[in-house]
Design a protein around this ligand. Structure first.
Ligand SMILES: [Zn+2]
Length: 298
């Protein structure tokens, strides 16, 4: 699948642009939503669902990518996708990639040296990869002038033995290759458990469950609002079925609570939802649909 030049969204005085690292198709929904997937949902709603959610074989389409936020003074990245050359012994699908992410970033108007802040929602394999790049056999910060900002609880967990469990096999070695080098370079700043404001326009909001300390990031500018939801949801099917967890959600009860809280918040407000993994533009609006919710891409 190809990626296209992304749309530029305006939120108040700032612009937001998607840089997609990859699109992934052919994902069996019964595997992605273990114990939750209900074939009848698709049968009954196929004609009314937004297009682009599934491929011709009714398998899921998802994406991995970064959001670029440009203010008058700063260039900010929200999450850094998977990265190239990574050694992921228990995640062969995402290991040793060779993708033109930095070229796409440049096409979106950003060189690595220009990035002032990298805001990370959580420290999973597909959110921190481009924090670092391999140069002469050594992992170095990709964005040498940036401050990398992320939840403290994520750092504490993923730097410890506690995260070495079955649920985190896909993330093995990620902290060592993609987070520790920026810590050692003195480029990091952590956000405490309550979350909080950052750079005036951002607010880190705890949305744990998918991972232990995941935070979504709200953006407010000149009366307009957006939310970078992180992995509160992986696919629009979860807007329609908020109790469906993905196979990557570690703390399942908490993940459902955080998902509902986010949906409740954005359903009644004109808040643009910027997802990490939705297909198509990855951006859209959640609105109410009777007792449930629905999704429209923008
Ligand atoms: Zn993710």
């Amino acid at each position: 699948m190809t990626t296209e030049i992304s749309k530029v969204y305006q939120v108040g005085d700032v612009t937001v642009t998607r840089v997609t690292e990859m699109m992934l198709g052919g994902i069996p929904p019964e595997v992605y939503f273990p114990g939750s997937w209900d074939r009848m949902f698709l049968e009954e709603n196929r004609d009314s669902l937004p297009s682009g959610l599934i491929d011709g074989n009714s398998q899921l389409i998802v994406s991995i990518g970064t959001w670029v936020v440009k203010t008058t003074n700063h260039t900010i990245l929200i999450d850094t996708a998977t990265g190239n050359d990574k050694n992921l012994p228990l995640n062969p699908d995402l290991a040793n990639l060779q993708l033109p992410y930095l070229k796409r970033l440049k096409e979106a108007g950003v060189t690595p040296e220009e990035v002032d802040y990298v805001l990370l929602t959580h420290l999973h394999v597909d959110h921190v990869g481009w924090n670092t790049k391999l140069v002469d056999g050594k992992w170095v910060p990709t964005f040498p002038n940036a401050k990398y900002v992320f939840p403290l609880a994520e750092q504490e967990y993923y730097s410890s033995e506690a995260s070495h469990n079955k649920a985190n096999e896909v993330n093995f070695n990620v902290y060592e290759e993609s987070v520790l080098p920026v810590v050692e370079a003195g480029l990091t700043q952590t956000i405490g458990p309550e979350g909080g404001h950052f750079l005036e326009i951002f607010k880190f909001i705890p949305t744990p469950g998918h991972s232990i300390g995941q935070m979504s990031i709200s953006l407010k500018s000149d009366g307009e609002e957006a939310l970078f939801g992180a992995d509160v949801m992986h696919h629009p099917f979860q807007v329609f079925n908020p109790d469906w967890n993905s196979m990557y959600c570690e703390f399942t009860d908490l993940a459902r609570i955080s998902r509902l809280r986010v949906l409740e918040y954005i359903a009644d407000r004109p808040v643009i939802y910027f997802s990490t993994h939705f297909p198509e533009s990855a951006a859209g609006y959640v609105t109410r649909n009777g007792d449930s919710y629905k999704w429209d891409f923008i």
